[in-house]
Write a protein that binds this ligand. Structure first.
Ligand SMILES: *[C@@H]1O[C@H](CO)[C@@H](O)[C@H](O)[C@H]1NC(C)=O
Ligand SMILES: *[C@@H]1O[C@H](CO)[C@@H](O)[C@H](O)[C@H]1NC(C)=O
Ligand SMILES: *[C@@H]1O[C@H](CO)[C@@H](O)[C@H](O)[C@H]1NC(C)=O
Ligand SMILES: *[C@@H]1O[C@H](CO)[C@@H](O)[C@H](O)[C@H]1NC(C)=O
Ligand SMILES: *[C@@H]1O[C@H](CO)[C@@H](O)[C@H](O)[C@H]1NC(C)=O
Ligand SMILES: *[C@@H]1O[C@H](CO)[C@@H](O)[C@H](O)[C@H]1NC(C)=O
Ligand SMILES: *[C@@H]1O[C@H](CO)[C@@H](O)[C@H](O)[C@H]1NC(C)=O
Length: 559
C-alpha cells in the first residue's frame, strides 16, 4: 500500500515536471538593465485608432477612400470609421499611457482632420483643438508627446493630384508642417516627419497593397520616394531655421525594414542580403544618413542598367542634383527604426525564374525572400519571431551610417485576440534583450516605443490581427479597453529599466471580469493563448511549490 502511494506521488511529480519544464521561459540572466537615461515609449497612429472619420468636418483621407470604395480589399471588409474611437476616448488613452510608466507617447496627426482638403485655405479649428487637448493632457502627466506628422492618411484631394508622385506635395506638406510647428511646437519636443517611406512608396504605388493601391510597379514608387525625401528635407530645414532654436525640439524620420539575413553563407546570398538592405532601408537612409548622400550606388547602377535593357530612355530612378543631395544629407536628428521580423534572402537568378514583374522594385532589387518555417510564428503570416535579426539590423545601421542616435520607433507582435498574451511577453523580452546586446556592443540606441498601445485598425487586415498591449472591445459602443498581461510586463520593464524573464503575472480579477464580457471567440483568443492558460495554471507559483514539496516528501519516504 505504501509502495503504491509512493509510485503515485512519483508519477504525479513526473507529470508536473514534464508539463512545466518545456514551457518555462528561456533561461536568461535575470535583471538585465538598460542605460539609466533610456527612453521608453508606446505608439499609435491616427487612422488606426481615432475613428471619427467625418467628425467636425474632417476631410476624406486616402484610407477612408480605399476602405469605403473597395471594402473587398480589406480582409474583413472593415474600415476605420470608428475603430478604437480615440477621437472620443483620448482621455482613457492617456490614462493607459500613464499606467504603462512610459516617458513618451508616439502618435500621429491626421492631416485631413486639420486641413480637410490638404490646403491652408481651410483649417479646422476643432481638429487643431483635438490634438492640442491631447498634448496638454499628456504634459499634465509628464508624458512627452512624440508626434508623427505623416502616418499614411493623405487627404484624398491631394491624391487626386497624384499624391506623392506630384512635386506639388512639397510646398503643400510644408504648409501643413508649419501649421503644426506653430500650433504645437511650443509643447512638442520630438517630431518625426514621415513614417515608413518604403511602405508609402512601394506598398502604396508599386503594388496593390496599401492606399492609394496604384498597383503600378517600377516607376511611381521611385517618384514617390524622390518627392518624399525632398519634402522631408524641406520640413527639417524649415524647423531648424525657424523653430528649433526657440522650441528646442528634435526632428527626424522613421524608416522600416525587416532584417535581410543571407539564406546560406554563400557569397551570392551575402551579396543579396547587403543589396536587400540597401534597397529597403538605404533607399531612404543613404540620402539622409550617409557621408556622401544620394541613393545607394547599387540602386543607381542596377536601376539604370535594367531601365536601359528594358528600353527606357532614362533611369526609372530619378536623379538628384548635387545641390539636392547636399540639402537632404544630414536632415535627421535621430534614426527612427521600425522593425518586426527577419527575412531570408537569396539572389534572384538572371532568368527571373520567380517571375517578378518587369520592371518592378523586386526585380530591380534582384532578391528572393522567404522565412525559415522553423521560426516561431505570430498572428500575422509575415511576422516570425527572430530577435537576433533585430540585433543584426541595428549593428548594420551602426556600421553603415556611423552609429547615429537611434530610436526603435516600432517593434511588436500580433496575435488573434485575448488577454493572456504570454507570447507577446516572450517577444518583448527577447527583442529587448537583442536591443540591449546591440547597446552593449556599442550601438547608440536611445529609446524604444513599443507598437502598439491598443488593438486597432490593422490596415489591410482590418481587425483580424491584434498588436495592442490593451485589448479593445470593438463590439462595445465605448470601445472598452482592458490591459493584457503584456501591459503589466511592459509597465514593469519601463518602471525598473530592467528585463525580468521571471515576471509572468496572471490575470487579476479586473481582467477576468473583463474577459467574461467578451464574445467567446475573443475571450478564448487563438489556440496559442488558450494553451497559455493551461500553461499558466500548471506553472504558476503555487504549482512550482507543490512540485517541490512532493519531491521532498517522496525523497524522505524513500529513505
Ligand atoms: C458620418 O459618417 C456616418 C457613417 O459612417 C454617417 O452615418 C453620418 O451621417 C456622417 N456624418 C456626417 C456629419 O456627415
Ligand atoms: C472646409 O471643410 C469643410 C469640412 O470638410 C467643408 O464643409 C467646407 O465646405 C470647406 N470650406 C471650404 C472653403 O473649402
Ligand atoms: C551596369 O552596366 C555596366 C556596363 O555594362 C556594368 O559595367 C556594371 O557592372 C553594371 N552594374 C550593375 C550593378 O549591374
Ligand atoms: C536561363 O535560361 C537559359 C535559356 O533558357 C538557360 O540555358 C539557363 O540554364 C537558365 N539559367 C538559369 C540560372 O536558370
Ligand atoms: C527545422 O528543424 C528541424 C529539426 O530541428 C530540421 O530537421 C529541419 O531541417 C529544419 N528546417 C529548416 C527549413 O531549417
Ligand atoms: C459609455 O460611457 C459613458 C460615459 O462614461 C457611460 O455613461 C455609458 O454608460 C457607457 N455605455 C455603456 C454601454 O457602457
Ligand atoms: C512558494 O510560495 C511562497 C509562499 O506563497 C512564495 O513566496 C514563493 O515565491 C513560492 N515559490 C515559487 C518558486 O513560486
Amino acid at each position: 500500500m505504501e509502495k503504491l502511494y509512493l509510485h503515485l506521488i512519483t508519477f504525479l511529480c513526473m507529470i508536473a515536471l514534464c508539463v512545466s519544464l518545456p514551457t518555462r521561459p528561456p533561461v536568461e540572466p535575470k535583471g538585465r538593465q538598460f542605460p539609466h537615461d533610456f527612453i521608453w515609449g508606446i505608439g499609435t497612429s491616427a487612422y488606426q485608432i481615432e475613428g471619427g472619420w467625418n467628425a467636425s468636418g474632417k476631410g476624406e483621407s486616402i484610407w477612408d477612400h480605399l476602405t469605403h470604395n473597395y471594402p473587398e480589399k480589406i480582409t474583413d471588409q472593415s474600415n476605420g470609421d470608428v475603430s478604437s474611437d480615440s477621437y472620443h476616448q483620448w482621455r482613457r488613452d492617456v490614462q493607459m499611457v500613464r499606467d504603462l510608466n512610459v516617458h513618451v507617447y508616439r502618435f500621429s496627426i491626421s492631416w485631413p482632420r486639420i486641413m480637410p482638403g490638404g490646403y491652408m485655405n481651410n483649417v479646422s479649428s476643432e481638429g487643431i483643438r483635438y490634438y492640442s487637448d491631447l498634448i496638454d493632457e499628456l504634459l499634465h502627466y509628464n508624458i512627452t508627446p512624440m508626434v508623427t506628422i505623416y502616418h499614411w492618411d493623405l487627404p484624398q484631394r491631394l491624391q487626386e493630384l497624384g499624391g506623392w508622385t506630384n512635386p506639388e506635395i512639397i510646398p503643400v506638406f510644408k504648409d501643413y508642417a508649419r501649421l503644426l510647428f506653430e500650433m504645437y511646437g511650443d509643447r512638442v519636443k520630438i517630431w518625426t516627419t514621415i513614417n515608413e517611406p518604403w511602405h508609402i512608396c512601394e506598398f502604396g504605388y508599386g503594388v496593390d497593397y496599401m492606399a492609394p493601391s496604384y498597383n503600378y510597379p517600377g516607376i511611381p514608387n521611385y517618384l514617390c520616394a524622390h518627392n518624399l525625401l525632398k519634402t522631408h528635407a524641406e520640413v527639417v530645414h524649415m524647423y531648424r531655421d525657424q523653430y528649433q532654436e526657440l522650441q528646442k525640439g528634435k526632428i527626424g524620420i522613421t524608416m522600416d525594414t525587416s532584417y535581410m539575413q543571407p539564406k546560406t553563407d554563400s557569397d551570392d546570398d551575402r551579396e543579396a542580403s547587403e543589396r536587400a538592405l540597401q534597397f529597403y532601408i538605404g533607399w531612404f537612409a543613404h540620402p539622409i544618413f550617409s557621408k556622401t548622400g544620394n541613393y545607394p550606388q547599387i540602386m543607381i547602377d542596377r536601376i539604370r542598367n535594367l531601365s536601359k535593357e528594358q528600353g527606357f530612355t532614362r533611369s526609372r530612378l530619378p536623379e538628384f542634383t548635387q545641390e539636392e543631395i547636399n540639402r537632404i544629407r544630414g536632415t535627421s536628428d535621430f534614426f527612427g527604426l521600425n522593425s518586426y521580423t527577419t527575412k531570408r534572402v537569396t539572389k534572384n537568378d538572371h532568368n527571373n525564374t520567380v517571375n517578378f514583374p518587369t520592371p518592378s522594385f523586386s526585380h530591380d532589387m534582384g532578391v528572393v525572400e522567404d522565412q525559415d518555417p522553423n521560426w516561431t510564428g505570430s498572428g500575422s503570416s509575415w511576422l516570425k519571431v527572430v530577435p537576433k535579426g533585430m540585433y543584426n539590423l541595428i549593428m548594420w545601421i551602426m556600421r553603415e551610417y556611423d552609429n547615429p542616435p537611434l530610436i526603435v520607433t516600432e517593434n511588436g507582435v500580433s496575435d488573434k485576440g485575448g488577454l493572456e498574451d504570454y507570447k507577446r511577453v516572450d517577444y518583448l523580452n527577447a527583442y529587448l534583450s537583442a536591443i540591449l546586446d546591440a547597446i552593449e556592443d556599442g550601438a547608440n540606441v536611445q529609446g524604444y516605443t513599443y507598437w502598439s498601445l491598443m488593438d486597432s485598425y490593422e490596415w489591410k487586415v482590418g481587425y483580424t490581427e491584434k498588436f495592442g498591449l490593451y485589448h479593445v472591445d470593438f463590439n462595445h459602443p465605448n470601445r472598452t479597453r482592458t490591459p493584457k498581461i503584456a501591459a503589466k510586463v511592459y509597465a514593469q520593464i519601463c518602471k525598473t529599466n530592467t528585463i525580468d524573464w521571471s515576471y509572468r503575472p496572471t490575470l487579476d480579477e479586473y481582467q477576468i471580469n473583463a474577459m467574461a464580457q467578451l464574445p467567446e471567440v475573443e475571450a478564448v483568443g487563438d489556440s496559442t493563448s488558450s494553451a497559455s492558460t493551461i500553461y499558466n495554471t500548471l506553472t504558476g507559483r503555487s504549482w512550482h511549490n507543490i512540485t517541490l514539496v512532493l519531491l521532498i516528501v517522496n525523497y524522505l519516504l524513500r529513505i
